[in-house]
Design a protein around this ligand. Structure first.
Ligand code: NDP
Length: 281
């Protein structure tokens, strides 16, 4: 049976380190600050934003929240981003996605200063990652890399198969694995013989958004499986992109859903904010 990679425990360890880092900076007169901007009433976004606020509070990070109405204009949002870009108390800015249709998301993400881009979505930071000189790294893939590191998984020369090529998970995690000398294959909806590609992998990273799509017999004996997917089935149950029970029979280590990658995302947001504040110091 596979070892269960405990995301909650790894996140708790990293958060303790972050809290210590925050205290150290505070002694030098700097309080790391994160601005979180929410536009509209999307229930999932509201939950994420309140989780982020709570996490900041627990880590001693100053959090500044802006809850704007769903009919906010693009110009007003851009003006707020500009104000936050110039606010010395703020070291990280996060605009919660999705934005309402009257607002051009790309325009807003590009208006955030690359030096305060806590989500790492600005093309400048995407470019820095792809040339191997990262500044801000996107939180979920960054969390995946920390989990692998904490589990002692050395990617050097390994076959990594990433399923999914989104800008927020698949592509950046592939870049990060490449930077650690893995041989990386990125799969997507047009990939032929996906099962056969996945069977080659020493490490499988699934970020698709399809419940239990990755079957147990796709997993090579002893592979490490990281399941980024979060899929709601029925009223309450959450499952990943991997058939956990079957994959556990073959993998050497696997992340559960929930309790795997999920807790790492906000942790890395706190980490990015702390690192940004350290840079200004
Ligand atoms: P996207 O919908 O943006 O991307 C999904 C990717 O999966 C696309 O590249 C798509 O291919 C690919 N795909 C879809 N169907 C198939 C298929 N049948 N075979 C192979 N590839 C396929 O999703 P995200 O990257 O935003 O998120 C992925 C999952 O991760 C979701 O479940 C999401 O909820 C979860 N997530 C979890 C987070 C966490 O904190 N734990 C954070 C972010 C996401 P194509 O490009 O060809 O369309």
């Amino acid at each position: 049976m596979a070892k269960v990679i405990d995301g909650k425990a790894i996140a708790a360890k990293i958060r303790t380190e972050i809290s210590a880092g925050v205290q150290e900076l505070k002694q030098k007169g700097i309080t790391p600050g994160l601005a979180v901007v929410l536009v509209g009433e999307d229930p999932a976004s509201r939950v994420y934003v309140s989780m982020k606020e709570k996490a900041c509070h627990e880590a001693g990070i100053f959090s500044d929240e802006y809850k704007l109405s769903a009919d906010t204009s693009e110009a007003d949002l851009l003006a707020l981003v500009d104000k936050l870009n110039n606010d010395p108390k703020i070291h990280g800015i996060l605009v919660q996605l999705p934005l309402p249709p009257q607002i051009d998301t790309e325009k807003v993400l590009e208006a955030i200063s690359p030096l305060k881009d806590a989500d790492g979505f600005h093309p400048y930071n995407v470019g820095r990652l792809s040339v191997g000189k990262p500044l801000f790294q996107p939180c979920t893939p960054y969390g995946v890399m920390i989990m692998l590191q904490e589990e002692g998984v050395d990617l050097n020369g390994k076959e990594v198969v990433v399923i999914g090529r989104s800008n927020i998970v698949g592509k950046p995690v592939a870049m990060m694995c490449l930077a650690q000398n893995a041989t990386v294959t990125v799969c997507h909806s047009r990939t032929r013989d996906l099962a056969d590609v996945v069977r080659r992998a020493d490490v499988v990273i699934a970020a698709v958004g399809r419940p239990e799509m990755v079957k147990g017999d796709w997993i090579k004996e002893g592979a490490v499986v990281i399941d980024v997917g979060v899929n709601r089935v029925g009223e309450k149950k959450l499952v990943g992109d991997v058939d956990y029970a079957a994959a556990s029979e073959r993998a050497s280590a696997i992340t559960p859903v929930p309790g795997g990658v999920g807790p790492m995302t906000i942790t890395m947001l706190l980490y990015n904010t702390l690192e940004s504040a350290r840079r200004t110091a």
